[in-house]
Design a protein around this ligand. Structure first.
Ligand SMILES: [Zn+2]
Length: 179
């Protein structure tokens, strides 16, 4: 019954945010053609715990706090390897800061202007494909250019109350019900 997600990176969602098991992490590495190494396992395991938007520095500080022996340059190196393998996505905030996103499903970001909180919002589908891919293909068809997929970042103000909706969760459920 365990539906293997093709991206392999939302692994912890079903277990309610529990840490991804070491076996699972190793398998994800293997699935993406990456050799096992302890730093890779540590960093990927951390990213798989839940959807995260972290800078290399904050990831480094968090792992240090857990007693992991890693240098900041090791963190940088492995994040870029994981990004190349499609296990994590790098994006830049409007202020130009680089973040790593462990949610690699098609989605957009809403960033709270007051708190900096980042929320994932699933990409709407147009003609059966995610909006970004649709736009890319549409513009390529119009111009004959090779066009990059657009990345959207929307700003706004998060609701003050706790327990606000999680759009990614709701989209997951919709997908499950459709299946
Ligand atoms: Zn995200």
């Amino acid at each position: 019954m365990s539906s293997r997600r093709k991206e392999g990176s939302r692994g912890a969602t079903d277990t309610g945010g529990a840490a991804a098991s070491q076996v699972e992490v190793r398998e994800v590495l293997k699935d993406h053609g990456l050799r096992y190494s302890r730093p890779r396992e540590t960093i990927l395991g951390y990213l798989l715990e839940r959807d995260r938007h972290v800078s290399a520095e904050s990831l480094y500080v968090d792992l240090k706090g857990r007693g992991e022996e890693l240098s900041l340059s090791t963190v940088y190196l492995n994040l870029s390897t994981l990004a190349e393998a499609g296990l994590v996505r790098e994006y830049k905030t409007p202020s130009g800061q680089s973040f790593y996103d462990s949610n690699v499903t098609p989605h957009y970001h809403v960033v709270c202007q007051e708190t900096g909180q980042v929320m994932d919002v699933p990409a709407p589908q147009v003609n059966g494909v995610p909006l970004g891919q649709y736009l890319k293909e549409y513009v390529e068809g119009l111009t004959g250019w090779e066009v990059d997929e657009p990345s959207f970042s929307l700003t706004g103000v998060a609701p003050k109350r706790a327990g606000a909706a999680d759009p990614m969760q709701e989209a997951d459920e919709t997908r499950k019900n459709d299946a």
